[in-house]
Design a protein around this ligand. Structure first.
Ligand code: TMP
Length: 213
């Protein structure tokens, strides 16, 4: 049995977390006992990664440079792929991941302005070439997402970046979706949680690769 790797992406406040939880519950109810559905995230999907997450996000005044930021996301991913994602995929599990390589392309590439080839090299080094089987891009207007985040309380270092930065990130996702139409599915996140979840389930129901092995 081959594992399956499904990623959720999007700008701040797009509602990924809720959708991942609901998708995990639904998928588990649809799968046989011997197939586990696992939820994880980046940054912070491992014990070491949780420390990296704190370094990256907790302190809005942190003097982390853009290059260090890129490499810390890469380090988090390297640890995550080797110690968590790959072992689960080898066991045949379905892994649902909150953010993966496209976040680095959108945030550090389009957002911070790093050369995309340089980002590709960091991603390749961190993942050994692992890609998602499918990525749901929850697309939401940046101002709506940021308002949601601010209304929840203490925003983190990335959430406090400029509106322009977040708009470039969204543009990055749009370009990625254009380049990889078979891997990245745009979901209009401007709708109710239940409607979004129904669309995700409908797409997964039709995905033969998910159910056939
Ligand atoms: P989140 O897990 O709450 O979505 O927050 C993670 C933050 O880290 C979010 O602002 C996106 C950012 N991020 C990057 O900038 N690059 C990356 O490669 C990843 C995985 C996340």
């Amino acid at each position: 049995m081959n594992g399956k790797f499904i990623v959720f992406e999007g700008v701040e406040g797009a509602g990924k977390t809720t959708q991942i939880y609901q998708t995990a519950d639904w998928l588990q109810s649809m799968c046989s006992q011997d197939r586990s559905v696992v939820m994880t995230r980046e940054p912070g999907g491992t014990k070491l990664g949780q420390q990296i997450r704190q370094l990256l996000l907790d302190d809005p005044q942190s003097l982390v440079t853009n290059r260090t930021e890129l490499l810390l996301y890469g380090a988090d991913r390297a640890q995550h792929v080797e110690s968590t994602i790959e072992p689960h995929l080898q066991r045949g599990d379905i892994v649902l991941c909150d953010r993966f390589t496209d976040s680095t392309i959108a945030y550090q590439g389009y957002g911070r302005g790093f050369d995309l080839d340089e980002i590709a090299r960091v991603n390749q080094l961190a993942t050994g070439g692992l890609q998602s089987d499918l990525t749901f891009w929850l697309d939401l207007d940046v101002t709506i997402g940021l308002q949601r985040v601010l209304s929840r309380g203490k925003p983190d270092r990335m959430e406090l970046a400029t509106l322009d930065f977040h708009q470039r990130v969204r543009q990055g996702y749009q370009e990625l979706a254009n380049i990889y139409p078979n891997r990245i599915v745009r979901i209009d996140a401007n709708r109710s949680q239940s409607v979004i979840q129904m669309e995700i389930q409908a797409i997964l129901m039709q995905a033969k690769w998910l159910w056939n092995s």
